[in-house]
Design a protein around this ligand. Structure first.
Ligand SMILES: [Zn+2]
Ligand SMILES: [Zn+2]
Ligand SMILES: [Zn+2]
Length: 254
């Protein structure tokens, strides 16, 4: 399977508008981050998008994503959903309705905010047209690809991580329950939320992200949804050789 990090930033993006900090003025292209999302081509040939942030169109153009079979939503926050209108291009590529999956509160929020995408009328090209299926903890299939939801705490709400084969994507979490950590063994790679070094009420800090990584022992681990507090090179030097900060455009062949 192939994983492409479309975006790796927290909700502000990096650089942050108007911020003069060393990360935000850095010339390292890896310190230029769009909102968190990944694109996955599975061993069974399914093309999956996890989340549709505000830059989904630019991310898709940048990485050559031309076709999506389904979208998996982690939760309803705007930095993960605000680009939903651009799914109409993938409706066009599919020639029909785009299946989307996520938990029930995310579906309710999308329906409330983007009701026009759920009309059920024949798709004619002007608007996105999605069919939302609520998932809980049970594995489900997209085409021949088995997808395991990973329930996580995200402040006062729940976010859903996803395990697909030997890869797990765990963004926007302030805690991964033991029942979910039990679903994360024998991974080749994991991407996990790490906002900054200091604790935060709705996201893991770097030390809090390294703890479950040490427990589940994936072959490789990548920090994502990072803020401008985590400059690429300096952070990589601090966290050691087996973990690295993801960056926009990073590709994993698993
Ligand atoms: Zn987020
Ligand atoms: Zn900054
Ligand atoms: Zn969030």
């Amino acid at each position: 399977m192939q994983v492409v990090f479309l975006g790796t930033s927290t909700s502000y993006g990096v650089p942050v508008i108007g911020c003069p900090c060393a990360t935000c003025v850095s010339t390292d292209p890896r310190n230029k981050r769009t909102r968190a999302s990944v694109y996955i081509e599975t061993d069974e040939g399914m093309k999956l998008l996890i989340d549709t942030g505000p830059e989904v169109r630019l991310q898709s153009l940048r990485e050559g994503v031309t076709h999506v079979d389904a979208v998996l939503y982690t939760h309803f926050h705007a930095d993960h959903t605000a680009g939903i209108d651009d799914l109409k291009a993938f409706n066009a590529a599919l020639g029909g309705i785009l299946p989307c999956y996520g938990d029930a509160p995310t579906g309710a929020s999308l329906r409330e905010r983007f009701g026009y995408a759920f009309t059920g009328t024949p798709w004619i090209g002007l608007i996105p047209h999605i069919r939302y299926t609520a998932v809980d903890v049970a594995p489900f299939y997209v085409g021949g690809t088995c997808i395991q939801p990973i329930p996580m705490r995200h402040g006062s709400i729940r976010a859903t991580g996803y395990r697909i084969g030997s890869f797990a994507y765990l963004t926007d979490t302030s805690g991964i329950p033991a029942t979910s950590r039990a679903l994360l063994h024998d991974l080749d790679a994991v991407a996990i939320d790490a906002l900054r070094w200091e604790p935060h009420p709705t996201h893991l800090s770097v030390p809090e992200a390294l703890a479950p990584i040490a427990e589940i022992q994936p072959k490789h681990a990548y920090l994502t949804h990072v803020s401008h507090a985590l400059a690429q090179e300096a952070t990589n030097r601090r966290i050691g050789p087996d973990v690295e900060v993801a960056y926009d455009g990073l590709r994993l062949g698993l």
